[in-house]
Design a protein around this ligand. Structure first.
Ligand SMILES: *Cc1c(COP(=O)(O)O)cnc(C)c1O
Length: 399
């Protein structure tokens, strides 16, 4: 297999990615690109990033054999990569540490972020506190109401949460507001994007920071099982936890990469967030990628039981991996997700995030079709503490 060297200098993954932004942002992106270029291989920067991952986040996260569940399913062996054990409960912290360290070196004492469910906002507020930076998080006012606990968390950590009242008052409106802030305050402000989307160099930079997940697996799986897995499975919202575990495996032959999108109430219902499976190429949030749009190019409202997968686009590298055939993308609906969530709780003693439960559901579908000596590695991207309310409500319980 050819060594994998994408994106190109202008941020293209084949026909995807690139930079589609207003003139006012071009300079800020160029400044970021140059800073990242300078520090990505800088020994001090890399050493500090590694140190923080070990001592603040708690890495490496273990790989874990879900033995009882595998036995019950009666086929392949399922292993989890335990990103749920990270500080703040998910993979997102990997990517807020890198940009915060970069911001410090660029002399920018203020970080901003946008957040939907609040997970990226919490991860950003966490590193801002850790490094003594000012932090502003934009959040649709609808989401502020729905995610009160994460809003309070961000405030405890010292962040200012700005509710956004325009449009549908959700993630995409918060994103526009964060962009506006960045243009106005670029002198002292670093914009931390929470997934592998946005204009170049964000998809590449976030991928690089998240690739620690797959790099660890590549060392851990041979230690634990004597070889690399046959399948690597991860849920896909914007695509950062999936790229993080996929990327180091891209040029390893024989490892099948499977991304799992949110099927919501089913593809036929139109209420889902399966951009790669049911979308078409177009431009969204500064890059060209697959997205859910109508025939006039209007972005369609998405739905998923897990707020973290509820995004109408997807990182451009996944678009390229899909078209090139190196990865394939499957869909799991809300019902199947909830079943996997409950099975994982009862059988393995682990309460997974609803996002991650999509990947678990697909693994549980795949495992019985395979011989017992096959290995499926699932990225357990986060823990489910944040989802208690949603799950209890679904079960008709008050919480
Ligand atoms: C945010 C989130 C996701 C989805 O984001 P990606 O960029 O697709 O990884 C998945 N799992 C968890 C636990 C999350 O918090």
């Amino acid at each position: 297999m050819k060594p994998y060297d994408l994106p190109d200098a202008r941020g293209h993954f084949g026909p995807y990615g690139g930079i589609f932004v207003a003139e006012t942002l071009v300079h800020a992106l160029e400044e970021l690109r140059l800073a990242y270029e300078r520090y990505r291989n800088d020994a001090d920067f890399v050493a500090e990033f590694r140190y923080e991952l070990e001592h603040f986040v708690g890495r490496p996260s273990p790989v874990y054999h879900a033995k009882r569940w595998s036995e019950r399913l009666g086929g392949a062996q399922i292993w989890f990569k335990r990103e749920d054990l990270n500080h703040t409960g998910a993979h997102k912290i990997n990517n807020t540490i890198g940009p915060a360290l970069l911001a410090k070196r660029m002399g920018k004492p203020r970080v901003i972020a946008e957040t939907g469910a609040g997970q990226h906002g919490v991860a950003t507020a966490t590193v801002a506190a850790r490094y003594g930076m000012k932090c502003v998080v934009y959040m649709g006012s609808e989401d502020v109401a729905r995610q009160a606990q994460n809003v309070y968390r961000m405030k405890l950590l010292g962040a200012e949460v700005v509710p956004v009242d325009s449009g549908s008052r959700t993630l995409k409106d918060a994103l526009n507001e964060a962009m506006r802030d960045w243009v106005t305050n670029v002198e002292d402000t670093f914009y931390i994007i929470g997934t592998v989307a946005g204009p170049h160099p964000y998809p590449m930079m976030v991928r690089d920071f998240q690739s620690v997940i797959g790099e660890e697996c590549k060392r851990q799986m041979p230690q634990m099982t004597g070889r690399q897995p046959d399948y690597v499975v991860a849920c896909v919202g914007g695509g950062s936890n999936a790229i993080g575990i996929f990327h180091p495996y891209i040029d390893v032959p024989g490892v099948q990469l499977i991304g799992v999108e949110a099927g919501g109430e089913g593809l036929a219902s139109g209420r889902h967030a399966a951009s790669l499976t049911a979308g078409t190429p177009g431009v969204l949030h500064g890059n060209r990628t697959y997205l859910l749009q109508d025939e006039n190019g209007q972005v369609i409202d998405t739905h998923s039981v897990s707020a973290g997968l509820d995004y109408p686009g997807v990182g451009p590298e996944h678009a390229w991996l899909k078209d090139s055939g190196r990865a394939r993308y499957e869909v799991v609906d809300d019902e199947q997700t909830l079943k996997a969530f409950h099975d994982c709780c009862r059988i393995e003693g682990i309460i997974p995030a609803l996002e991650s439960s999509h990947a678990l559901a697909y693994a549980a579908r795949l495992a019985p079709t395979l011989p017992r000596d096959r290995i499926i590695l699932v990225n357990l991207s986060g823990r489910g503490d944040k989802d208690m309310h949603t799950v209890a409500q679904r079960a008709g319980m008050r919480f």
